[in-house]
Design a protein around this ligand. Structure first.
Ligand code: 6PG
Length: 467
């Protein structure tokens, strides 16, 4: 048996849907999964387009050379195990693609290990969940020459935005997985902003899920529109079939996390980039995990919650404006982190291409990404998205509304860390003389670390006053 274009290892929901998508786009797919019957069932469904292999050796034997094996297995040790199993079965020139949410430094290590055997290891970031895998994901490809050979097939299965495939060759090594990780960091921050908007409506404005639904639907249709806002509206629109109550009211307020948001926040710090709202969103999930302790603390300490006594319609309008401006800040932070990483790693990352790839298929797709793509089309070397005239106009026009929302949240005891940190980022970024002179003074006083002066070159120490 031979003549198959690609081997797919790992036939869970994502892997199976990807195989279906590949087959729909003309590929002949060899299938393998350690679970008995998974490959046979999918092979029968795909007919002549699918070949169910009973072992990895059989899968590799079915592929045309140079062979391409796509791994859709859980990130971590399963990827290493699959590589160890595959390498003896592959030949120089063959390629292994990891389509999971792998840590980009793991990908770099795997690239080196496979290269020593002449096999190219590619890290592809895929976004869009199982539905995206079936109908068209957004694909952030990392790797070397094999990406060009493989890309026509992946362009075909990718989502399309404004007629363009949501597929980009981001750069070598771990670049694709790095960009996917930042996608998830931004995803965490956008979800947190939406959740805080919900909390302000729920707490300060005392609105029910049903009251909020038209507001979220309005946002989904407006400039703030995007997949995550649509998801929020759908969550609000869903009732518990048993009690008839809005399901969101019955969901435990404890957010899970698989780790990609934390990796993103860690990486921004590793590269020395300020991305406070990406980190804040991870902290917020950690705070949510303290549920029993929070309940006890509320009983013991009380809570300063208060109802908003001002113009409710005006605050709701402000909230929509603040959401869009905060989204812009979050993207500015994420894109600045990608730019810094690309420079340090020597990756030729085209940030405009990243924005275009994120316009469709992925979880953070939104109208704003069209504006971001346009900003990079105007100036591919933008120091920060906030420096683009259109992006800045969008933020500046919402500045006052954003501050009113932050003040309302603070004065009504509604925690809104993402709205506040996103605003602080914008304020700090445009503060020509920041607080750090005071930090430098303290560092020199207690540690003789030295400081630079604005009026002369060199490093200096001071003889600090005794008190
Ligand atoms: C995507 C998603 C996907 C997944 C997240 C969820 O782009 O398709 O980001 O990767 O839904 O990993 O992450 P948490 O479980 O950490 O929220």
């Amino acid at each position: 048996m031979s003549g198959y274009d690609i081997g797919l290892v790992g036939l869970g929901t994502m892997g199976a849907n990807l195989a279906r998508n590949l087959a729909d786009n003309g590929a002949r797919v060899a299938l393998y999964d350690p679970a008995p019957d998974a490959a046979a069932r999918l092979g029968a469904e795909l007919g002549a387009k699918g070949y169910a292999a009973k072992a990895l050796a059989e899968l590799c034997g079915a592929l045309d050379a140079p062979r391409t094996v796509f791994l859709m297995v859980p990130a971590g040790s399963a990827v290493d195990q699959s590589i160890a199993d595959l390498l003896p079965l592959l030949s120089p020139g063959d390629a292994i693609i990891d389509g999971g949410n792998s840590l980009y430094t793991d990908t770099e290590r795997r690239v080196a290990a496979c290269a020593a055997r002449g096999v190219e290891f590619l890290g592809f970031g895929l976004s869009g969940g199982s539905e995206g895998a079936r109908r068209g994901p957004s694909i952030m490809a990392g790797g070397g020459a094999a990406v060009d050979r493989i890309s026509p097939l992946f362009r075909a299965i990718a989502a399309k935005a404004e007629g363009e495939a949501c597929f980009a060759h981001i750069g070598p090594g771990g670049a694709g997985h790095f960009v996917k990780m930042l996608h998830n960091g931004i995803e965490y921050a956008l979800m947190q902003l939406i959740a805080e908007a919900y909390q302000i409506m729920h707490g300060a404005l005392g609105m029910s899920a049903r009251d909020m639904l038209p507001v979220f639907r309005g946002w989904a249709a407006g400039e703030q529109g995007g997949f995550l806002v649509e998801c929020a509206a759908r969550v609000l629109a869903t009732d518990d079939p048993e009690s008839g109550r809005p399901l969101v009211d019955l969901i435990e307020d404890r957010a899970g996390q698989k780790g990609t948001g934390k990796w993103a926040a860690n990486a921004t710090l590793d590269f020395g980039v300020a991305a406070p709202t990406l980190a804040e969103a991870v902290h917020a999930r950690c705070m949510s995990a303290l549920r029993p302790e929070r309940i006890e603390a509320q009983q013991a300490l009380g809570h300063p919650a208060a109802r908003y006594a001002g113009d409710r319609g005006a605050l709701l309008a402000d909230l929509g404006e603040a959401l869009l401006a905060a989204n812009a800040s979050v993207h500015a932070q994420g894109f600045a982190a990608m730019a810094a990483a690309a420079t340090e790693k020597g990756w030729p990352v085209d940030l405009g291409a990243v924005a275009r790839v994120w316009r469709g298929g992925c979880i953070i797709r939104s109208r704003l990404l069209g504006k971001i793509a346009a900003a990079y089309a105007r100036d591919a070397r933008l120091a920060n998205l906030l420096r683009d005239p259109d992006m800045w106009a969008l933020v500046a026009a919402r500045d006052a509304a954003w501050r009113r929302v932050a003040v309302a949240a603070i004065s009504h005891g509604t925690p809104a860390p993402a709205f506040q940190s996103a605003l602080a980022y914008v304020d700090a970024y445009r503060t020509g003389r920041l607080w750090a002179n005071m930090i430098e003074g303290q560092r020199d006083l207690f540690g003789a670390h030295g400081f630079g002066r604005i009026d002369r070159p060199g490093r200096h120490h001071a003889d600090w006053a005794a008190s």
